[in-house]
Design a protein around this ligand. Structure first.
Ligand code: F6R
Length: 367
């Protein structure tokens, strides 16, 4: 049932070229330059007139929501807020019938998310569910939605569900942007093509980087703390990388926006501290390079996720994990993959049960 892999987590990481493609299939219609999402059509007027979009989720799904905030605001020019479901449900938020709520959940059963949606629905908001498990509670409470087609996820740490969520959120953003007229045809086509190419780029990482990442994992497996830093579209990737490491290896890890480092966390940096930078080529690349230099100047050890062909990043990093070039908007689907593998192999080298980390449950149905 693990298909020849040692663990479900590894199998699920390797399934991603397929599960991302499955989540795009029949929806991204390249030759007609359109995106088919009947759930979006069903609430088209609500979406076109939405005062804001509020994304509600927990854990890894919340990280997918953060990526979506950057993408939807950029492409659709609508205000997006991302909420931890547990905070949102208890704080008496101001919600109206002009709000559209996007709920993101792999299991569709997360209690905090479900109750937050019930409250918002009572106050007149429209609920759009992005859920993996068909017929689950969150799918049923939603007015409309779009399933991720990741297939059953067995490993407790979410991997393929996360990239499937990102794929669907990218489709959502592109479709809404086109409907609102906030994206040029040229940019729309370019991003559709980029999205279409993502499965094979993920495949490239799986075929070419695993031995390198294993060696890096072995080298850093005894770290006590690890810092993950990224900017822009890849700031949420830093949070997700840190969460994966915590869950799987029990190493303390924190994700931060790279520029926030100097407001506190930089005090942690010494020759013992590995710092993972998500440094793929994007509009912020020069800024990330100077953040890496700040860490090096304090003798921190730098591990960078970088774009193939980047000649600068290897000269200032102790270790690098390479991904193919991708548009910055779409890149979070790709840059997370080396971080999933890094956490997996560190967990394995530490002799831990990576499929069932202590204290964690696959579906959190209690608050
Ligand atoms: C992390 C992880 C959790 C879940 C969170 C939400 O690897 O699996 O953080 O993402 O419990 O679960 P869902 O998406 O089922 O609502």
């Amino acid at each position: 049932e693990k298909g020849g892999y040692d663990h479900f987590m590894l199998k699920e990481i390797f399934e991603q070229p397929t599960t991302i493609a499955d989540s795009l299939r029949g929806r991204l219609v390249l030759n007609e330059q359109k995106i088919i999402l009947s759930g979006v059509d069903a609430i088209q007027d609500k979406l076109a007139n939405a005062r804001r979009i509020i994304i509600v989720a927990c854990g890894t799904s919340w990280h997918a929501g953060l990526v979506a905030e950057y993408v939807i605001e950029e492409l659709c020019r609508v205000n997006v807020e991302v909420e931890y479901a547990s905070e949102f449900r208890y704080r008496n938020p101001v919600i109206s019938s002009d709000d559209v709520i996007i709920a993101i959940s792999q299991s569709g059963e997360t209690a905090d998310t479900l109750v937050a949606l019930e409250r918002a629905k009572e106050q007149g908001a429209t609920i759009f569910g992005i859920v993996n498990v068909v017929g689950s509670s969150i799918a049923r409470i939603s007015h409309a939605g779009c399933y991720t087609h990741a297939g059953p996820e067995i490993g407790v740490a979410s991997t393929k569900a996360y990239t499937a969520q990102l794929a669907v959120l990218m489709l959502f953003a592109l479709k809404l942007a086109k409907a609102k007229g906030t994206i040029s045809d040229e940019r729309f086509n370019e991003l559709c093509q980029e999205l279409n190419d993502i499965p094979e780029k993920v495949q490239w990482v799986l075929e070419n980087e695993v031995d390198n990442i294993k060696a890096i994992a072995y080298k850093y497996k005894d770290a006590r703390d690890v810092l993950y830093l990224g900017r822009g579209y890849n700031f949420p990737t830093a949070l997700e990388g840190a969460l994966k490491l915590k869950e799987i290896s029990y190493i303390h890890a924190e994700g931060y926006p790279a520029a926030e480092m100097k407001h506190g966390p930089i005090a942690l940096v010494d020759e013992e501290l590995p710092v993972v930078f998500i440094a793929s080529k994007d509009a912020y690349h020069e800024k990330i390079v100077s953040n890496i230099q700040e860490i090096k100047a304090r003798k921190g050890m730098v591990i960078s996720v970088m774009t193939q062909g980047d000649e600068v990043t290897p000269t200032i990093s102790n270790d690098v994990m390479v991904v193919p070039e991708a548009d910055e908007v779409i890149a979070p689907l790709l840059t997370v993959v080396p971080l999933q593998l890094l956490s997996y192999y560190i967990g394995v080298y530490r002799g831990l049960d990576v499929d069932k980390p202590r204290n964690l449950a696959k579906s959190v149905t209690v608050e």
